[in-house]
Design a protein around this ligand. Sequence first.
Ligand code: SAH
Ligand code: SF4
Ligand code: F3S
Length: 477
Amino acid sequence: MDAKKQNILPVTQADMQEQQASMDRIRQINDGYTLQNGRPRFAYVLTFGCQQNEADSEKIAGMCRQMGYRISDGPENCDLIVVNTCAIREHAEIKALSTIGQFKHLKEKNRELVIAVCGCMVSQSHRVEQIKKSYPYVDFVFGTASLHRFPELLGRKLSLGRRLFESDTATYALAEGIPVDRSHPFKAWVSIMYGCNNFCSYCIVPYVRGRERSRDRRAVYDEVADLVSRGYRDITLLGQNVNSYGKSEHMDYDFADLLKDLSGIPGDYRLRFMTSHPKDASDKLIDVMADHPHIARHFHLPLQSGSDRILKAMNRHYDLDRFLHCADYIRKRMPDCVLTSDIIVGFPGETDEDFERTLEALKLIRFDMLYSFLFSPRVGTPAASMPDPVPEDVKGARFRRLLEVQNEIALEKNREAVGSTLTVLCDGPSKENGSLMAGRTDGNKIVFFEGEPGDAGCFLDVRVDRADPYALYGTRI
Ligand code: SAH
Ligand code: SF4
Ligand code: F3S
């Protein structure tokens, strides 16, 4: 089947009723188990990959809870383990596979343990085959399109006993009404759309998450309003390319309209979104951000490369000029807006000259922060079969050079904040800096400061005293 023209199957009311019936059935079994054994059954959900996967895992955990499982924070002594995988780069897949490998001994200790693997990695047939052959202790596998069918699949596994491999040959439309078990007390993810239609030549996402489909605007509005009323302070709208919200549905209502309506919800909160594709980031969207204080002043706009030749080979549909227009307009309307980006180093055929263009672009645009990646060939994508004469050590040297250039820029940009007072949403005690609290600015920069445990979840004013390339350090005032 042509991946670009995938069928989209509806999710009917009957489908969702079937899931509810499965959840009720499994809950009965688990309640019986608790009565007999004096302990509940435990489930552990492990997530690799992006925020979209984090959001999906919160739904898996929500369904587990409705099925009577307690959510555990580790795999030991659990009755169900669900591994939600990522396929964006080879490293992500290797990490997931080696983690799954480590669960073998748990299965040997407890034959009744059920191990499920889901998400982007197993939305590829060669990985499903690999799990089937080499990981015999994995009980069932389901791809991203079958997320809402998790209760039905678990029910089938429990009653039939044999292994199940649900390979997705179609994309399902959106399923509403899946229970969510949010992992954070005051920060929340809200998926506004799924899938991607862009087929950047290096990227596996369109193949493993199917075609773009957007949620109904009312469903999104109600979810965000509910979160705000329950005290959520930081809400991130998620989609692979939020700027094409509503396009596949031919809605006469775009992402800028959605953001404007959401920012009218009264309350004490920040709205964020990711990711924006530079080809679709409109002046209208930037105007809405500038005019609505609930929308955080952070724009993540992945450039990928500063060379027009490489951008074309990447199938990105913009050139450096178009990108510069976006960046300039963002800074014109919001001089304090934090701008971050993604860069791929070592795309097939990237020459020294192409790479220099990227460095020049970084020096010109001056991103506050950069996520940089070495190109990783993904099975089935066009870039994986492009000739690539550049040796690995040259790519490594480019990567290090990129980090050097960016670190200098990030340090300069962070130092500009020294002396100013910023509003920081306190996350709680910092993991990295022992006695300090950690928080995030409106632009999503991390700030360390002395505070009290009760500060978590509060917006505080912090004066910035010093900076390094990765963080700000300040005093609460
Ligand atoms: N939808 C988002 C990106 C999702 S993937 C967007 O379009 O911006 C996040 C980042 O991973 C991408 O921006 C890209 O920089 C990187 N990436 C994707 N595929 C990759 C690959 N095959 N090798 C290396 N990096 C990759
Ligand atoms: Fe991948 Fe491109 Fe889609 Fe982003 S826009 S998910 S990089 S195909
Ligand atoms: Fe996200 Fe990885 Fe899938 S980045 S969309 S979890 S391939």
